[in-house]
Design a binder for this molecule. Structure first.
Ligand SMILES: Nc1ncnc2c1ncn2[C@@H]1O[C@H](COP(=O)(O)OP(=O)(O)O)[C@@H](O)[C@H]1O
Ligand SMILES: [Mg+2]
Length: 329
């Protein structure tokens, strides 16, 4: 295979650097500004959470990085650098090779994408052999190790998918995403729709991977408790833009953007005896977003400036916030 890219991350560089990314959907009703100029990095070995209400652009971001946008989705600008390559410029063939090896993915309900008529081990061996030039026996050994590494006994490898529990299947999908040792995995809602016990197993697995491997993970979820348990750093999106980013402790203890504060306050907690607040109103129509700050129509702190100017995302010591009133509220 003649590949025009490398999946190696040079020392000292982040696993992923997204710069000025804009992705719009061109549909008959107009242009949906789903992702509107976002910048972020995922450091090597870092677990980064991407969160925000439904419709804020999380999945669009993930699909863009993997080049699996539907045809109405257009990358209008920006770069996504992995190693020395802007992966948004890779052609179809290169991207096919890059997926799994450079970046791999785990999607919501991914476990249902295991083929029901093939044994689990055979599916993993096939996935390895598509990308790697090795014998079936070698591929089998790698697959068995991975199966064990996600907490499943090797003896279960010959099972068919229906013989395994939902949690085992989702763990296998995670194992499959790791098969070629990609430096970066993107997981979009990997625990959503799983029951709490299975969810706990998956989070436990991510935490083990964090300790045992050099994996970098971009974990996308609207579930703040998942982020609190797994991430080093959290990015909050609102209506296609990043409104806040901070190390996980700071984000939860000292959220600075009015939207982040509302988001945290609206999240139920079984430990704290707190009132759940709702965020009044709805996210804006992304075909015709508001002038000024996207959040101003729902913000208790909005002033005139917020209605006319778009607040820049300002970095103060690793805590990025897009709010003119950051220091007043
Ligand atoms: N294929 C599409 N065509 C038009 N609009 C879309 C399409 N997919 C998503 N959108 C819109 O793009 C915005 C972002 O969606 P999405 O990335 O799925 O958000 P999230 O994953 O945060 O819920 C939403 O307003 C959504 O309605
Ligand atoms: Mg989504």
């Amino acid at each position: 295979m003649t590949e025009t890219f490398s999946t190696e991350i040079p020392a000292g560089q982040p696993a992923l650097k997204v710069i000025g990314l804009k992705v719009y959907y061109h549909i008959s009703q107009g242009i949906v500004k789903a992702v509107d100029d976002i910048d972020f990095t995922v450091g090597c070995g870092e677990f980064v959470g991407l969160s925000g209400e439904s419709g804020c652009g999380k999945t669009t971001t993930a699909m863009t990085l993997l080049q699996i946008l539907p045809k109405e989705g257009v990358v209008e600008g920006g770069q996504a650098i992995v190693g020395n390559t802007d992966i948004l410029t890779l052609g179809k063939k290169d991207m096919e090779a890059f997926r799994w090896k450079g970046i791999s993915m785990v999607f919501q309900g991914a476990m249902n994408s295991l083929n029901p008529v093939h044994r689990v081990i055979d599916q993993m061996v096939d996935a390895i052999l598509i990308h790697e030039d090795m014998s079936k026996k070698e591929a089998r050994e790698i697959a068995l190790e991975l199966i064990e590494s996600v907490g499943i006994e090797k003896s279960r490898a010959r099972a068919y998918p229906h013989e395994l529990s939902g949690g085992m299947k989702q763990r296998l999908m995670i194992a499959l995403s790791l098969v070629l040792h990609p430096p970066l995995v993107i997981a979009d809602e990997p625990t959503t729709a799983l029951d709490v016990m299975i969810q706990a197993q998956i989070l436990d697995l991510f935490n083990q991977l964090r300790e045992k491997t050099s994996l970098s993970l971009l974990i996308i979820t609207h579930d703040l408790s998942v982020l609190a348990e797994t991430c080093d750093k959290v990015i909050i999106m609102y209506a296609g833009k990043i409104v806040e980013e901070a190390p996980v402790q700071i984000l939860f203890n000292e959220p600075a953007h009015p939207y982040t504060r509302k988001l945290i306050a609206s999240f139920p907690s079984i430990l704290a005896d707190k009132e759940i607040e709702f965020i009044p109103g709805n996210p804006p129509d992304l075909i015709d977003p508001p002038i000024g700050c996207n959040f101003h129509p729902r913000c208790d702190y909005a002033i005139d400036k917020c209605r006319t100017e778009d607040p820049p995302l300002v970095d103060e010591g690793g805590h990025r916030v897009a709010c003119f009133r950051r220091h007043e509220i």
